[in-house]
Design a protein around this ligand. Structure first.
Ligand code: ADP
Ligand code: MG
Length: 650
């Protein structure tokens, strides 16, 4: 009876060939370890017999028919490590990795079947004690071959390495600088599954790489049980990243990001074990359960990959971290080699048969090897294109800038050049101009205020002179009869000879002659100023405190007027007139109508009428000129004259 195996031919020759087509089966090599000293001591018999280089005969206990299994290569316990290395075709995988393929070599089998031995040789005999060269495993031999191959390539190759273990379903970095801590497994479209924040170390020599290997091996979890004194308790993945690009053309790569290019991954699986057979208890049992669970997930994925109808459907790679990280190797674009390890002892035959069946199925799994076209791999070309575009844009912008420099506008060319030379100077210039404008504004405001005050004083003078003139007229031509009452509610104060004390239009019409307020044009102005004044002020009252003679009496009809215009208003006006005219205003207010018409004040007032009229006209001219100066806003220093100086002499 023969299980399905690989086609006829030299397995080594087949492995040295490249991917033969769009679909490439997983290559499987079977290694049967020699009987251990303990097994020989126990008198155990071997149940396996190699037939040729590719067939394994299994003799079931109890004398049944042999079962044959065919693999790419079958290597018995007599084969040396070097022969195993050559027979596995690892160099072919190395060549494919140098061409950019993603290649995986993983060992599979029962615990104690020789997986770790096949990959890395016997366990180290002490700290820092290297494995004897003759016993070095596939990994060390591949490292040596690769470094030698790289040296003869002729093109620079960047080599990096990462090393992790999956222990109890947790990924830990075996090359971490500090204490290893669980790392997440992520997925994206371009990279597939990957370990985040995994340390990737660049190396340039075989010694450096060996140090990394020893560092990881010493950190990896292992325990002793009845079947293996140095049983691996975790799955270990060492990955070499091979990039055939000169370093100066490489884009900057984060040291924690795996670079693009080819990959060569070595996977040392923890062995499946029967807890009863290994006697695992406590933590060992938990580890064994975790190991078995992940191996079962791996087996399930392989079974689904074998089903031609279900191959395109969902494969549960996410069931375990192990299947996630092996997804590309098993069903993706990688090239994969499985080294199935078995024990020859008849005591282990059930596990051996399980491994053989498992490996037989695995070699029917196919992948579609492709050089990964990750963004990182295509980045140099993309960056080169971007760089050329940016250089072109830079050149175009420089040309435009030069043209602008050579063709400045006529109006603003000087300013632009000045601003380009010194923007700070321009700012200073603006500040100085601003300060100058502030001073000018302040001067103009002062001139305006001065003109206003001058205007105010002059208008008061005019007003006062008007009153004095009217008073003189009144004294010279006393009214023959009583005054006509004003038609408004304030008849006594409505005559235009008095300041209007209400806003009613009738108050601006003379009630005597019905002329407008400007009494100068009134033909009957001699009839103005009726006898509306009240009783005489007490003689003891100072002149400045007396109400002017034309002040309205505080009669009942004019109560409102008295309230609205206080006595102080009258005295202030007179004081101001005295101050401005620099003369005695006697009697601008005659001693109220109690004296005779020929009394002295009347004569004096009458004699001063022409003079006052002239002064009034002069004051008007002065007001006009003052207003004009205010509008023209002359500097204050140019107009320091006081209003009294321009008055004509009386
Ligand atoms: P696994 O990794 O599969 O659990 P190991 O590689 O640790 O098993 O091997 C278990 C024991 O068997 C180790 O002591 C190892 O040295 C020994 N051994 C395995 N394979 C061989 C071999 N081909 N030649 C000599 N000793 C071997
Ligand atoms: Mg092991």
């Amino acid at each position: 009876m023969e299980e399905r195996g690989s086609p006829d031919g030299d397995p080594a020759r087949n492995h040295e060939q490249g991917p033969e087509g769009p679909e490439t089966p997983i290559q499987v090599v079977l290694r049967v370890r020699p009987m251990s000293a303990a097994e020989l001591r126990r008198g155990e018999q071997s149940a396996l017999h190699c037939s040729g280089t590719r067939t394994l005969q299994v003799s079931p206990p109890g004398g049944g028919p042999d079962v044959a299994f065919r693999f790419g290569a079958v290597l018995d316990g007599a084969r040396t490590q070097e022969e195993v290395f050559r027979a596995c075709g690892v160099r072919r995988l190395g060549e494919l990795a140098l061409r950019g393929f993603s290649c995986t070599i993983f060992t599979y089998g029962q615990t104690g079947s020789g997986k770790t031995y096949t990959l890395t040789g016997p366990p180290p005999q002490g700290e820092g004690v290297p494995v004897p060269p003759g016993l070095a495993g596939i990994m060390q031999r591949t490292f040596a071959w690769l470094l030698d191959r790289v040296q003869h390539l002729g093109t620079p190759v960047t080599l990096r390495a990462s090393y992790l273990e999956i222990y109890n379903e947790q990924v830990q970095d075996l090359l971490s600088l500090g204490t290893p801590r669980p790392l997440p497994v992520r997925w994206n479209k371009t990279r597939g599954f990957y370990v985040e924040q995994l340390r990737v170390v660049e190396f340039g020599s075989l010694e450096s790489l060996m140090e990394l290997l020893q560092m990881g091996l010493s950190r990896r979890r292992s325990s002793a049980h009845t079947l293996n004194q140095a049983s691996s308790r975790s799955h270990a993945l060492l990955t070499l990243y091979i990039t055939r690009k000169p370093p100066q053309q490489m884009p900057p790569v984060d040291s924690r990001e795996p670079p693009g290019g080819g990959k060569l991954c070595f996977v040392d699986l923890a062995g499946s074990e029967k807890v009863a057979a290994t006697g695992s208890r406590g933590e060992l049992m938990l580890e064994a359960n975790s190991i078995n669970r992940s191996l079962l997930a791996l087996s399930h994925c392989i079974s689904l990959l074998l089903d031609p109808q279900r191959k395109q459907s969902h494969i549960p790679f996410r069931d375990s971290k192990l299947t996630k990280l092996l997804a590309d190797s098993l069903g993706g674009r990688g090239v994969t080699l499985m080294v199935a390890c078995v024990s020859p002892s008849a005591q282990c035959l059930p596990e051996t048969l399980s491994t053989l069946r498992y490996a037989s199925r695995a070699q029917r799994v196919t992948t579609r090897p492709q050089v990964p076209k990750t963004p990182v791999a295509t980045q140099p070309q993309r960056l080169e294109t971007e760089m050329l575009q940016l250089q072109e844009e830079n050149h175009r912008l420089r040309t435009q800038l030069d043209q602008r420099d050579f063709k400045p506008s006529r109006t603003s060319g000087t300013q632009v050049a000045w601003a380009q030379r010194n923007l700070y100077g321009m700012l200073q210039e603006f500040m100085l101009e601003n300060e100058r404008l502030r001073k000018e504004k302040s001067q103009l405001q002062s001139s305006r205020d001065l003109a206003r005050s001058e205007q105010r004083v002059l208008s008061q003078q005019v007003h006062e002179l008007e009153r004095r003139l009217l008073s003189a007229c009144y004294l010279h031509h006393p009214a023959p009869g009583p005054a006509h009452p004003c038609p408004c509610l304030m008849p006594a104060s409505s005559c235009h000879a008095l300041p209007p004390i209400c806003s009613w239009p009738c108050c601006h019409i003379c009630p005597l002659c019905h002329a407008p307020l400007t009494h100068w044009a009134c033909p009957r102005r001699e009839l103005h100023l009726p006898q509306v004044f009240g009783p005489e002020a007490p003689p003891s009252m100072p002149l400045s405190a007396r109400p002017p003679p034309w002040a309205p009496p505080c009669s009942s009809a004019s109560t409102k007027c008295s309230r609205e215009r206080s006595h102080s208003d009258w005295t202030q006006t007179r004081d101001l007139a005295e101050m401005l005219t620099k003369e005695e205003v006697v009697p601008s207010a005659p001693p109220l109508p109690m004296g005779t018409p020929n009394s002295s004040p009347v004569l004096r007032g009458a004699a001063r009428v022409p003079s006052l009229a002239r002064r009034l006209e002069a004051l008007r001219d002065q007001i006009g000129s003052s207003l004009r100066r205010g509008r023209n806003q002359p500097p204050p220093s140019e107009d320091p004259q006081s209003p009294g100086r321009v008055l004509p002499p009386c």
